[in-house]
Design a protein around this ligand. Structure first.
Ligand code: GLU
Length: 301
C-alpha cells in the first residue's frame, strides 16, 4: 500500500504499521494471552476505610483508567474492546488482591492530561497507565507503587543520523503528549526544540511516520513498543535521560486504598505474579524482567 494512501486513510497506528510495514516483516507481537498468570482472588477481603473500595464492592467491579494505544502496556483491541498489556495486568492483579475477580475490571481510556481530573471527579477508582509519580502530581492525587521504572527516550526514523539525545533537538520538531512529564522536561530543559503536542503518543507516532515531526519523546517502555510495531521504520535512540517511576493513581484522600495497593503490589512481586505478567507483556519487547523498584510508602496526607 503506498504511504500516501495510508496517511489518507488515517488508519490507526496498528493498522498503519501492519499495512505499511515492509513486505515480509513480522507483525509486532501482542501480549501472550496463554502465558498470563491467573490471579488468586483474596477471599473475605474488606476495606471499609476506603470510600473507593466500598463503592466498587457495592457495584461489583472496579472502574480503572488506562491507556488504549500503548503497545505491550495498555492496548485496546478495536474489534473486541478488550484491553491488554502490562499496565492492564497490574490493574487486574490489584483487583484480585482487593477481593474482586480480575476479569470484572472495566477499563476507561484516559489521556495523560486528564488523569488527575478523572481521579478527582470519581470517574475512575484507580489509574494504571505509565503514570509517573512526582511531587507536583502528589498534591492532586495519591500514588501506590512504584511498580516499574522507565526513563525518557527518543523515537526517530531508522535513517535518522543526527538525533542521539535531547541535546540534538535544537530546531527539530519533537512530539509528545500534552500533560506528560516528557513534554514538560523538553519545554523546561531544551527550549530550542520545536515542541508539538497531541493527546496521545500514537498520534505523535503517526506524525513521525509521515515526516511531520522529527522525533517522538516519552518513556522508553512506550517507545520500544511503537518501534516494534513499525519494524524497519523506527528506532529508539540514546540513553534514557530521566527516571519515570510508574505508580497507581488513586484519589488523594483515599489513603486506605493506597496502603492496600502497596501491600498488594508487594505480595504480587513476592509470589511471582508480577514477573509472570511482565514476561507475558512488556517482556515480549525483548527486555528481561528487571527487579521492581522499592515501594514508596509515604505517610497519609
Ligand atoms: N510517564 C510519563 C507521564 O506520566 C509519560 C507517559 C504518559 O504520558 O503516560 O507523564
Amino acid at each position: 500500500m503506498p504511504r500516501a494512501l495510508c496517511t489518507a486513510l488515517g488508519a490507526s497506528l496498528a493498522l498503519l504499521a501492519a499495512a505499511c510495514g515492509k513486505e515480509g516483516s513480522p507483525p509486532g507481537k501482542g501480549p501472550a494471552a496463554d502465558r498470563l498468570p491467573h490471579y488468586r482472588v483474596a477471599q473475605g477481603f474488606t476495606l471499609p476505610a476506603s470510600r473507593t473500595w466500598t463503592r466498587a464492592k457495592k457495584r461489583g467491579y472496579f472502574v480503572v483508567g488506562a491507556k488504549e494505544d500503548q503497545p505491550y502496556l495498555g492496548e485496546k483491541d478495536p474489534a473486541t474492546g478488550t484491553y491488554a498489556g502490562f499496565d492492564i495486568e497490574i490493574a487486574r492483579m490489584m483487583s484480585a488482591s482487593l477481593g474482586l475477580p480480575p476479569h470484572t475490571v472495566r477499563f476507561r481510556t484516559i489521556a495523560s492530561a486528564n488523569r488527575e481530573t478523572a481521579l478527582q471527579n470519581g470517574q475512575i477508582d484507580y489509574y494504571v497507565g505509565t503514570y509517573t509519580i512526582n511531587a507536583g502530581r502528589k498534591k492532586l492525587v495519591g500514588f501506590a507503587g512504584p511498580y516499574y521504572m522507565a526513563g525518557q527516550s527518543l523515537l526517530v526514523h531508522k535513517a535518522e543520523r543526527d538525533i542521539h539525545g535531547p541535546e540534538d533537538l535544537d530546531g527539530r520538531r519533537v512530539c509528545s503528549a500534552a500533560g506528560s512529564t516528557p513534554y514538560q522536561r523538553i519545554r523546561a530543559d531544551y527550549p530550542k526544540a520545536v515542541l508539538v503536542s497531541y493527546d496521545t503518543y500514537s498520534v505523535c507516532v503517526d506524525n513521525l511516520l509521515t515526516y511531520q515531526v522529527d522525533a517522538v519523546t516519552t518513556d522508553d517502555a512506550i517507545l520500544i513498543g511503537y518501534a516494534a510495531k513499525a519494524p524497519g521504520e523506527l528506532k529508539v535512540v540514546g540513553r534514557p535521560f530521566s527516571k519515570e517511576p510508574y505508580g497507581i493513581g488513586v484519589p488523594r484522600s483515599d489513603n486506605a486504598l493506597r496502603f492496600a495497593l502497596n501491600d498488594a503490589l508487594e505480595a504480587r512481586e513476592k509470589n511471582g505474579d508480577w514477573k509472570k505478567a511482565y514476561e507475558a507483556t512488556l517482556g515480549l519487547s525483548g527486555v528481561p524482567a528487571p527487579t521492581p523498584p522499592a515501594i514508596d510508602r509515604y505517610p497519609a496526607s
